[in-house]
Design a protein around this ligand. Structure first.
Ligand code: ASP
Length: 328
């Protein structure tokens, strides 16, 4: 049998951690790269190479590491049929979204996975996650996905929803790409490249997210603009509503200063619909841009990515309408 070739890209996370002291907090451990002994039998199906580009708790993830992961994938496209990225769950959805923007017209699967418990723990979810992720990485699914429990989700539509459950991620607006029961099913058809592969770069790290709360002062926006932010992502209420007391005017001032204000929602399900209520109609009038049904992770990384391309407000607003990787 011709075995498929996979590259495991290790970045860290609980999957490869051990307790520091006994008992103690979990920390990345030396055996992190040596996960293969825990998934014996997999080598009959696939040939695996591994590279560790970091060994961190994903709380310490950075855009520079997103670019390093993307470069590693780009470098291996000729040699590997698929890629598995081992990553902490806390920021996995940010990384998956960022990679989906960096890897334009991706021709192979890039599957992120991790676990809620270390792979060496007896009652671990890591073995199944790694096994399922590896299987997904052999399929003809040229997307960046998150494989957790028994699902493969489109990476830029996934969000972490549980610190407790082995089903840590959900994709509220889109059915999974793969459901892994006794048989594999494919509820959402995957995307296909529409042109040659291109490795992109660049994120602005001066995009500031704000979560609205009752009584939040609108001058927060002015303070953020004065601090030199390149963009603001506002997690507004419901369908994208902002308070009428000063917020539309503040959004107008930011926009006039060339700082885009993207409006998302604090709700898990449904989409922003600017104009449906007075608060969002005024925000739209002031120049706010809708995040639609995008996840918070995707909205933020997409804003960072587009502003990292050096776009001005007009270019940003135009590019914002494009669906780059199925995130809209
Ligand atoms: N704090 C860990 C991390 O994100 C949690 C995990 O891996 O699940 O690296």
């Amino acid at each position: 049998m011709n075995r498929k070739r996979l590259l495991y890209i290790h970045t860290g996370g609980t999957l490869g951690m051990t307790p520091k002291g006994d008992p103690g907090p979990l920390a990345p451990s030396d055996y992190a790269e040596n996960v293969l002994p825990f998934v014996r039998g997999l080598e009959e199906l696939v040939e695996i190479d591994g590279v560790a580009i970091a060994n961190i708790d994903s709380t310490d993830m950075t855009p520079a590491l997103w670019e390093a992961m993307a470069a590693q994938v780009a470098d291996g496209l000729d040699r590997y049929d698929g890629f598995v990225i081992i990553h902490g769950t806390d920021t996995m959805a940010f990384t998956a979204s960022a990679l989906s923007f960096l890897l334009e017209n991706l021709p192979r699967p890039v599957v992120l996975t991790g676990s809620q418990r270390p792979i060496a723990a007896l009652r671990t979810d890591a073995r199944q996650n790694l096994l399922h992720a590896s299987i997904c990485a052999t399929l003809d699914l040229p997307e960046v996905g998150i494989c957790f429990d028994d699902e493969l989700l489109r990476g830029n539509r996934a969000t972490k929803v549980s610190v407790q459950s082995y089903r840590a991620f959900a994709s509220p607006g889109l059915e999974p790409l793969v459901r892994m029961g006794v048989d594999l099913t494919f509820p959402t058809p995957c995307r296909r490249p529409t042109g040659p592969f291109r490795l992109r770069r660049g994120f602005s790290t001066k995009v500031v997210p704000i979560s609205l709360y009752p009584g939040a002062p609108a001058r927060l926006i002015d303070l953020i603009v004065d601090m030199g932010a390149t963009g603001i992502v506002l997690r507004a209420f419901g369908a994208g509503n902002v308070p009428l007391d000063g917020w539309p005017e503040a959004i107008g001032r930011a926009t006039a200063a060339g700082v885009p204000v993207v409006i998302g929602t604090q709700c898990l399900h449904g989409a922003v619909e600017l104009g449906r209520y007075a608060g969002s109609a005024a925000a739209m009038e002031a120049g706010a841009i809708s995040a639609g049904a995008m996840t918070p992770e995707s909205t933020l990384t997409r804003t960072m990515f587009l502003l990292g391309q050096g776009l001005d407000l007009e270019g940003f607003s135009e590019a914002w309408q494009t669906d780059f990787a199925g995130e809209i």
